[in-house]
Write a protein that binds this ligand. Sequence first.
Ligand code: OGA
Ligand code: MN
Length: 290
Amino acid sequence: MTKIQTVTDEISREVFQVLPLSDLMGAEIIGLDLSQPLDDRTRDQVHDAFLKYQVIVFRDQKLTKQQQVTFTEQFGPLERHTLRNLGTNDIPLVHVVTNMDDDGKLLGRVRSEKWHTDKSFRPEPSMATILHAVTLPPAGGDTVFANMYAGYEALPESTKAELADVKVVHSWELSRENIGRVMSEQEKRDAPDNAHPLVRTHPETGRKALFMGMHASHLEGMPMEDGRARIEALEEHATQERFIFRHNWREGDVLMWDNRCLLHHADGNFDTTKYPRVLHRTCLRGTATR
Ligand code: OGA
Ligand code: MN
């Protein structure tokens, strides 16, 4: 693993440090206080680390919802949340990720347990998600990431060639059906299906990555069953242990990840009938896929 790297300002003063967390991806950013605005140069340096490591974690932060919005906005426009996640918060751009219902009763499970990439059913899927730990169980409740650059790169050349022009339809409606929830007509209108390249070119790094996950429904121009089987096989390949990074949450963590080249899911590896797990979430809007 590469060792700690020091990032400096114009006159070589240390601004922050970057500590890689695995050989595959993930890095800790040490020495920044996110409640304060970042200057442009620092912001760009953080963004570089984000592109390089795909998942970055800032330790020991304590942000109000508004401060989290302000931090997020430094990297671009925020993404609104789905209709169901709106209106319950004082600040609607911050979605509360919780294992409790509206009355504060524990659900006995965590949400988002299936592999996915955020808002992949939108025409411009999310660029990044930022999660800030508010209440954590004593241990567990990890967020797990699979690297879709690595998954793609490890495919046989013949498979890469076959997948080159394939489009995958992402459907919020189907994805909700799969977890046993029927959407209202208004919700359906709010989030219609969208097709994206199955092999996506990252708009900033130019690297290719698989783009699928639980909102991926079927492949365009291929019978439903065949397309689904193909998607499932690819997901099985791309989520092997060797492509995975697991984030063990600590109090004060702010995690920021790149939705354009990763899948992620929450792990209910703690007693979900006993402990609350609450995080504040903001999303950055992405761009059209290619
Ligand atoms: C999300 C998500 C995972 C988690 O907020 O988009 O998938 O660990 N969260 O809660
Ligand atoms: Mn998610």
